[in-house]
Design a protein around this ligand. Structure first.
Ligand code: IPM
Ligand code: MG
Length: 368
């Protein structure tokens, strides 16, 4: 068996700091579990712009296409706000998603017991929460044409286009139904079929795929605005939510906050299987580059570490090792280890980014 390959793109802001903690976990897997990874590292986002004048070098793009999985930290920062739209850090990430054709973005929102007091919602609303948002990631208004800003008479007009083909909807619907079968067997599909034609098509195609291929899975449809309301009212009614690129962007931030901290949530972006049977894959924390705390050892590395755990599960078929990492994270939280973002109103002593990584390593050691 060939050694699994992993391309690490730490990116900007807190990206490099949190990725350094993931490196500890990768090294631990090699040393203590005999699981070696062929790890390479490269630049993305503002870091790539600084080095090459582009947020993603063609060589990096080519490498990303070749490896078994990409692990990304975060991109962006105020320093790059002045750049032309075409070379902004975010374009690097969007190019990776588009060219690797990572159409299914898995964003779990799970409330850890030790943090159930932490949500801005009541404890009984969020305790034990475990939902999976599957966001379509390569189409919709993020990529639709025509787009741009042009002049009409003496005023400017901004245009973006929401466009979905039947096959784009069908493939992400299948991902959602497959996921539901491994979980609570329930899918809720969200769109705005009341005002958008693309929403009408979305609803029809999801229903057709359900009826033809997944009649055993419970399917419901909701308008996305009502979905946002239901997510805050009683999120535990959901198991898997499938939605488009833009609604998924919004609803996944909302779901993330239900759990108390954006610093906790991982994501996986998956495409079609490669020749070796593994899906094209990119893993990244849901949080951003947090430039305000970058370089201060305050960042929470858990989302990035859990993203690596998702890589173990979805790319490398190492579900047991993934669960080992997830349990180690649960253990340190239960033991009261906290980074600054996880400090409650009662205060206490926060560990640094690397202190959190070390605590997770210590918890992993006790799992052997
Ligand atoms: C996300 C982010 C990105 C998005 C940005 C950084 C381009 O918000 O992954 O949710 O809008 O998709
Ligand atoms: Mg977002």
């Amino acid at each position: 068996m060939t050694t699994p390959s992993l391309l690490i793109l730490p990116g900007d802001g807190i990206g490099p700091e949190v990725m350094a903690e993931v490196r500890k976990i990768i090294d631990w897997m090699g040393a203590k579990r005999g699981l070696a990874f062929d790890v390479s590292e490269d630049l993305v986002g503002g870091a790539a712009y600084d080095a090459h004048g582009t947020p993603l070098h063609d060589d990096t793009m080519a490498k990303a296409q070749e490896v078994d999985a990409v692990l990304l930290g975060a991109v962006g920062g105020p320093k790059y706000d002045v750049l032309d739209f075409s070379v902004k850090p975010e374009r690097g990430l969007l190019r990776l998603r588009k060219e690797m054709d990572l159409y299914a973005n898995l964003r779990p929102a799970q409330c850890f017991d030790a943090l159930s007091d932490f949500s801005s919602l009541k404890k009984e609303v969020v305790a034990g929460l475990d939902i999976m948002i599957i966001r379509e990631l390569t189409s919709g208004v993020y990529f639709g044409e025509p787009r741009g800003i042009h002049k009409e008479g003496n005023e400017r007009v901004g245009i973006n286009t929401q466009r979905y083909t039947e096959s784009e909807i069908a493939r992400v619907a299948r991902s959602a139904f497959e996921m539901a079968r491994k979980r609570g067997n329930k899918v809720c599909s969200m769109e705005k079929a009341n005002v958008m034609e693309s929403g009408i098509l979305w609803r029809d195609v999801v229903q057709e795929i359900h009826d033809a291929e997944y009649p055993d899975v419970e399917l419901s449809h909701m308008y996305a605005d009502a979905g946002a309301m239901q997510l805050t009212r009683w999120p535990k009614q959901f198991d898997v939510i499938v939605t488009d690129n833009l609604f998924g962007d919004l609803l996944s931030d909302l779901a993330a906050m239900l759990t108390g901290s954006l610093g906790m949530l991982p994501s996986a972006s998956l495409g079609a299987p490669m020749a070796n049977g593994r899906p094209k894959a990119l893993y990244e924390p849901v949080h951003g580059s947090a430039p305000d705390i970058a370089g201060q050892g305050k960042a929470n590395p858990i989302a990035c570490i859990l993203s690596f755990a998702m890589a173990l599960r979805y790319s490398f078929d190492m579900g047991e090792e993934a669960a080992r990492v997830e349990s180690a994270v649960e253990k340190v939280l239960a033991d009261g280890v906290r980074t600054a973002d996880l400090m409650g109103p009662e205060g206490g002593m926060a560990v640094t980014t690397s202190g959190m990584g070390d605590a997770i390593i210590a918890a992993l050691d006790t799992s052997l």
